[in-house]
Design a protein. Structure first.
Length: 121
């Protein structure tokens, strides 16, 4: 529900899909790393799959949160970044998606509550 209603005004479906696909790529790279670097018995496979899926689905929200903060801080000024730096920032945001995305979801929920309270008066 929150994903569908986010498309109405916050960000587009193409934005969401672009970062879900990038999150999927990061998840697959991390899964391959875990498969070859960690013994399967050392880490529960279902927990790893759950965390990778959660990060993949929450990554667009964490990216949008950081983009909004950068937009607020710098406005319309253009920030020049390298492709490697951008990829590193995206990987970092993917890794922390479960911690950053709730800020977007909390802000969206508060905005929805404010809108419903203003309609009642």
């Amino acid at each position: 529900m929150i994903i569908q209603s986010s498309f109405n005004g916050e960000f587009s479906k193409t934005y969401y899909m672009r970062f879900v696909i990038l999150g999927f790529i990061f998840s697959m790279v991390f899964a391959l790393f875990c498969l070859f670097a960690v013994e399967i018995s050392a880490a529960p496979l279902t927990l790893i799959l759950f965390l990778l899926t959660a990060n993949m689905l929450l990554f667009p929200f964490s990216r949008y949160t950081i983009d909004s903060m950068i937009n607020f801080a710098y406005g319309d000024s253009m920030i020049i970044r390298s492709e490697v730096g951008s990829l590193a920032i995206n990987f970092f945001l993917w890794a922390l998606a479960m911690f950053v995305a709730p800020f977007y979801l909390l802000g969206y929920a508060l905005k929805a509550v404010k809108k419903s309270v203003s309609k009642q008066h």
